[in-house]
Design a protein around this ligand. Structure first.
Ligand code: NAD
Length: 438
């Protein structure tokens, strides 16, 4: 019998014959790359280049904690590819951060930017620690010291970080400020675009906060049209109620769908009448998690996955839905707000059951798309209205959804492989033209 819940909050180790085996996320992403490469007959030399990141920056840096103790932190910045433009991708603060995961996430950023026709490559970074266990002052010192340690490995024309799990606009504001203070007075204003996802007053863009959730909801709306599915009156469940999950929930609620179960790192809650997504979002912003929210009944992780629903939105971490969870899921569609939430075994079960999957590379690309709009505004010293950002994002998401959908029908492959294949074709075309230096 398969067991539920191998992917706990802190350990991604699965039990196999009594031995701990780490989930190899990068191998999983490589597996999809191989499958997509076959569909489009990708040049072997291009596949060889894309099989590993270009640079892997690992730094150990000291930080003075509030107690006076000095703690050494391990920070990473993985730069997968910068053929189409600067490396681009989030910074993750989580106790499970590892080189393997960041390599996978950085590669996915390369595909995501190419798919969305954004002039960026892919990168990802992070620090291995639990940000909930340090004070705000410590968090600021950790962020600033990490940014300083990265030095010229980041920059507005070279590598542009953004928020991811455990980081937010405040983190980006500290990163920008630290970077600005290292480049000298004359260049200070020219480097605002070193990070995106900044607070609006510090050079961020309207619409970035909700962009990933918004992009996911645009994909869901397109899927609903194709499937003759009515979002109004439907139900959904969400795993992860942070930036992506909570914004997707609020926007779906606006379209008349009802959120009947939620979960985060503290546990799971159900409310068959439907949560008030707005109120729950405010509660999480104030308290840091869904724990203690009065509007729902506590359920187990197993009960959460077994909750019958129309749409399941995994918006937490990778490797959350394995074979056991997938067997429990009773839904019509899975919309991947998170990166890599399904492992290949879980994905196979869902596909065999005929459940539609909106793949991460497409479904959560709204975040990087609006990050790009922020970067363009910084370059031009402009501030766009929310309507303009929303309109552009909607067009971009719908166009890419259509491209992926049509490709998957034409080539008879699933939407994930289609999204990878379209991205790879675009990257390959540029490699063919530019060839290899020297
Ligand atoms: P976040 O830190 O705002 O929220 C993460 C959520 O996941 C929290 O609710 C947390 O409690 C929950 N969580 C963490 N560990 C969990 C566990 N073991 N079980 C259940 N829930 C758990 O992060 P976010 O920015 O919303 O990112 C979520 C996912 O979306 C990640 O996979 C990230 O890479 C992806 N993503 C984020 C963005 C973005 O713009 N922020 C863009 C694209 C993709």
């Amino acid at each position: 019998m398969s067991t539920i819940g191998p992917q706990s909050a802190t350990s991604k180790a699965a039990q196999t014959h009594g031995e701990e085996v780490r989930y190899e996320f990068f191998k999983v992403v490589q597996g999809y790359l191989d499958r997509a490469a076959k569909v489009i007959n990708l040049e072997p030399w291009v596949a060889a280049i894309l099989a590993q990141p270009k640079n892997e920056v690992i730094t150990h840096f000291p930080v003075k904690m509030d107690s006076g103790e000095v703690r050494l932190f391990k920070g990473y910045r993985i730069q997968h590819n910068n053929l189409l433009g600067p490396f681009k991708g989030g910074i993750r603060y989580h106790e499970s951060v590892s080189l393997d995961d960041l390599k996978a996430l950085a590669a996915m950023m390369t595909w995501k930017c190419a798919l969305m026709r954004i002039p960026y490559g892919g990168g990802k970074g992070g620090i291995k620690f639990n940000p909930r266990e340090v004070s705000r002052a410590e968090l600021q010192r950790i962020t600033r010291r990490f940014t300083h340690a990265l030095g010229s490995n980041i920059g507005p024309e070279y590598d542009i970080p953004a928020p991811d799990v455990g980081t937010n606009s405040q983190t980006m504001s500290w990163m920008m400020d630290t970077f600005m203070n290292t480049v000298g007075h004359v260049n200070k204003q020219a480097v605002k675009g070193v990070v995106t996802g900044k607070p609006v007053a510090s050079g961020g863009t309207l619409g970035r906060e909700k962009a990933t959730g918004q992009g996911l909801v645009h994909c869901i709306t397109e899927w609903a049209k194709d499937s003759g599915f009515d979002i109004e009156g439907s139900t959904f469940t969400v795993q992860g109620f942070g930036n992506v999950g909570s914004n997707a929930a609020v926007l779906l609620a606006k379209l008349g769908a009802s959120c009947t179960a939620v979960g985060d790192h503290t546990g799971y809650l159900a409310n068959p009448e439907g949560f008030n997504a707005h109120k729950l979002q405010d509660y999480v912003q104030a308290k840091g998690s869904i724990a203690g929210y009065p509007g729902g009944k506590s359920i187990t992780r197993e009960e959460f996955f077994a909750t019958k629903t129309d749409m399941f939105l995994p918006c937490a971490l990778e490797n959350q839905v394995g074979e056991a969870e997938a067997k429990l899921l009773d839904c019509k569609m899975v919309g991947e707000g998170a990166n890599g939430p399904l492992n290949p075994e879980g994905e196979k079960v869902l596909l065999d059951k005929g459940i539609a999957i909106l793949p991460d590379v497409l479904a959560n690309s709204g975040g990087v798309t609006v990050s790009y709009y922020e970067w363009v505004q910084n370059k031009r010293s402009e501030s766009w209205s929310l309507e303009e950002v929303d309109e552009r994002l909607e067009k971009a998401m719908k166009r890419s959804y259509r491209e992926v959908y049509n490709f998957s029908r034409e080539k008879k492959c699933d939407m994930r492989v289609a999204a990878y294949a379209i991205a790879l074709q675009r990257i390959e075309a540029v490699y063919r033209e530019r060839e290899i230096f020297p």
